[in-house]
Design a protein around this ligand. Structure first.
Ligand code: PEP
Length: 266
């Protein structure tokens, strides 16, 4: 089993010059680490659309993978959808994965169940892996609705398999769930490791109930993970890695998180 540490760069860095500098730092740090330091951790970064091609070019020959942060819901390939970028275009730019359903997309773009079902179908039919983000808001957490919210969000996968059962082929290797409590994203607030662990166990059991092939799926935690708290999340066997926002914008903190998860796998 390997851990996954994925950097969601969001709308950062501001310029291609700064993207190149971040990548240079990252690749220098990766190559200077003892092989064993991060050997059990798969690294991935998710830049903005505009930087995808350049990032992929720069990552060629390295072990770091590249993801998009989103894809079009309207078409898997081409069409009159101003401002959208399709799964086929993302794959052509060299990315092999895409994040879907990030809480910022759900909040600012009103992404619904049906929209995410479309996006997931398009991603998988274009052979993109999917990092599917789920998680409850502060109000839902306070009302102890976390598991109910997660069940409703995971129903996208259930419906996908009902509508297109053939997509189960290869799905275990092409689907990662990122549990990200909305109230923990970018706030410095984190749930306890025990809370995350119990929620991850519930997610894994729910996925396995959809299809036996989805037994023991990879579930990452996301929300204010940093170099200081990564060890505590990494120590829990239910937490298979991290989706990292702020701390992924510095090679040093991103690699420190990867080291924590790699160590925990040993
Ligand atoms: C995220 O946006 O996916 C995220 C986890 O952000 P941060 O690490 O900054 O909380």
């Amino acid at each position: 089993m390997q851990a996954w540490v994925i950097g969601n760069w969001k709308q950062n860095p501001a310029t291609s010059h700064d993207v190149k500098a971040l990548l240079d730092d990252l690749l220098t740090a990766v190559s200077s680490k003892e092989q064993s330091d991060i050997a059990a951790c798969q690294l991935m970064v998710a830049p903005s659309f505009i930087h995808l091609t350049a990032v992929n070019e720069r990552l060629k020959g390295s072990s770091v993978l590249c993801a998009a942060q989103d894809i079009s819901a309207h078409s898997a390939s081409t069409g009159a959808y101003t401002g959208d970028c399709s799964a086929q275009q993302i794959a052509d730019a060299g990315a092999t994965w895409t994040i879907l359903g990030h809480s910022e997309r759900r909040q600012y773009h009103q992404e619904s169940h049906d929209c995410l079902l479309q996006k997931m179908t398009h991603a998988l039919t274009q052979n993109l892996g999917v990092i599917f983000c789920i998680g409850e808001t502060q109000a839902q957490y306070d009302a102890k609705q976390t598991l109910a919210v997660i069940d409703a969000q995971l129903a996208v996968i259930k419906d996908l398999l009902t509508q297109q059962p053939e997509l189960i082929e290869g799905l275990p290797a092409r689907l990662i769930i990122a549990y990200e409590p909305v109230w923990a994203i970018g706030t410095g607030k984190v749930p306890t490791v025990a809370e995350v662990s119990a929620t991850h166990q519930h997610i894994k059991q729910t996925l396995a109930s959809f299809n036996a092939a989805l037994d023991n799926m990879t579930v990452l935690y996301g929300g204010s993970v940093n170099a200081d708290n990564a060890d505590s999340f990494a120590a829990d066997s239910m937490i298979d890695g991290a989706l990292v926002g702020g701390a992924s914008l510095k090679a040093e903190s991103f690699l420190a998180i990867a080291q924590a998860f790699s160590r925990a796998m040993a």
